[in-house]
Design a protein around this ligand. Sequence first.
Ligand SMILES: [Zn+2]
Length: 106
Amino acid sequence: MLDLRPGDYVECIDNCPQFPISTVMPDTDRVYTIEDVRFIAGGCSLRLNELAPTCHKGGSCARGECGWDARRFRRVYRPDPQNLELFLAMLLTPKPAIADPITVEL
Ligand SMILES: [Zn+2]
């Protein structure tokens, strides 16, 4: 069973599906967040917060019945409020590469 949920961060690993329906495609190596996961015959379809697929009826899909095959993504991070805070704190305060620079005396 595919382990993806709304709110998860996912990376697109395949932007060339065999039978594309949407002309709008997520880019490979880019990270997106999942808006919704729908279970459909034979798999799962994802909606992304950052991108709206084109609809099988034409135009941009606003009704939520279209999406991208979940197999084309891999989960990179599942935020948990506490972990996310910690994660963001780590991003904002990177440790210096050299904690104790060696002083060379001549
Ligand atoms: Zn649609």
